[in-house]
Design a protein around this ligand. Structure first.
Ligand code: ASN
Length: 367
């Protein structure tokens, strides 16, 4: 992990802090037509220096937090990034941030920051790329350029965390990666769409300023510092947020796996990607009810389908025509976002009723 911080001297109008975390955007392949077998090899400084024509009214600071493929990230990296943004805002007075990130788990980081950072007039923009920087037709440097433009635009303030790739500006709350290979991969769930785009390098928003949700978790810095083993960020696998297991329902899904997760890794909540809008076999539902009754482990019913909603009406009913208390509908959220939301609820020691009311809130509509 590099702690180097460099200030790019120019006229100081807007200061943007660019935080490097790795990903394909920071990668090089052996051949400049290769789109696979590449390695994270470039620093955030290399990436910024690859854009010679940045507007001169920007004061750019950049800092390498870690340099990893985003599949390696754990909640300790999220907490580390959170701490960096909070301290940069509170101590240095920086309000505009760009984060370079791998696309595979970018939506999880964006969603986490959306729920945990809530300062007035802050702009946080995440970007990445689908082709390594060394590719002849890489999207890396131009995506970074557009992210810097969005981060410096006054009309980007107070819209929540933004994700900029491929000429589009999306909401970090709604956005998801939909294509494993294509440049046009990030989409907002059907109900939300994009917030804006680029036309000839101009930032265009389709809607007036608004935030996607009012849910917010205040992570206490003292608690955060206690949770975070700073010496080990990026070095070994750690998960400071509560352990939550995610299951994917298929025909013949074996629910014994759920019991294994509880016994072997001490799972504190379960998220399950149901078929359709909450469908699971009767056997799986019986086991989930048992898990709640025996261990008080809540179960979030999410979905395999990219779009659509699991509502509380779809939760399983038993003999008395009632569902069990620990069953929670994940609403519009996909399983990876449900996991982060329940982790934050558990971190705050919320009761099951409080957790349900969070999942019922605006933007989620589950409960
Ligand atoms: N396009 C990418 O950035 C994928 C890469 N494996 C990552 O998430 O780090």
């Amino acid at each position: 992990m590099s702690e180097i911080e460099i200030t790019h001297p120019s006229h100081t109008e807007t200061t943007i802090k660019i935080l490097g975390t790795g990903g394909t955007i920071a990668s090089k392949a052996e051949s400049n037509v290769s789109t696979s077998n590449y390695k994270v090899d470039l620093t955030v400084e290399d990436l910024v220096k690859a854009i010679p024509d940045l507007p001169t009214n920007l004061n750019l600071k950049y800092k390498q937090l870690f340099n990893l493929d985003s599949k390696e990230l754990t909640s300790s990296h999220l907490l580390f990034l959170h701490k960096e943004i909070v301290e940069s805002y509170q101590i240095e007075g920086i309000k505009n941030f760009v984060i370079t990130h791998g696309t595979d788990s970018l939506e999880e980081t964006a969603f986490f920051l959306e729920l945990t950072i809530n300062f007035p007039d802050i702009t946080i923009v995440l970007t990445g790329s689908m082709r390594p920087s060394s590719n002849v037709s890489s999207d890396a440097i131009f995506n970074l350029y557009q992210a810097i433009k969005v981060a410096s635009a006054p009309e980007s303030k107070n819209r929540g965390v933004l994700v900029v790739l491929n000429d589009s500006i999306g909401s970090g709350f709604y956005i998801t990666k939909t294509n494993a290979n294509s440049l046009d991969t990030f989409k907002s769930s059907g109900q939300a769409g994009f917030l804006g785009n680029f036309v000839h390098n101009q930032v265009h928003y389709y809607y007036p300023v608004s935030k996607p949700t009012s849910i917010h978790f205040n992570i206490d810095s003292n608690k955060l510092t206690k949770l975070l083993d700073l010496n080990n960020v990026g070095k070994k696998r750690r998960n400071e947020l509560p352990e939550v297991s995610v299951f994917y329902n298929v025909q013949g899904f074996n629910p014994t796996l759920i019991q294994l997760a509880i016994d072997q890794i001490g799972t504190k909540a379960i998220v399950i990607a149901t078929s359709g809008a909450g469908s699971l076999s009767e056997e799986t539902n019986e086991i989930l009810k048992f898990v709640w009754e025996k261990y008080a482990i809540p179960v979030i019913f999410s979905k395999r389908s990219q779009d659509g909603c699991v509502t509380s009406w779809a939760l399983p009913k038993f003999d008395n025509d009632k569902t069990f208390k620990g069953a929670i509908a994940g609403g519009y959220l996909n399983p990876q976002k449900c996991r982060i939301l329940i982790q934050l609820c558990l971190l705050q020691n919320y009761s099951i009723d409080q957790i349900k009311s969070v999942f019922e809130s605006d933007g989620i509509f589950g409960g």
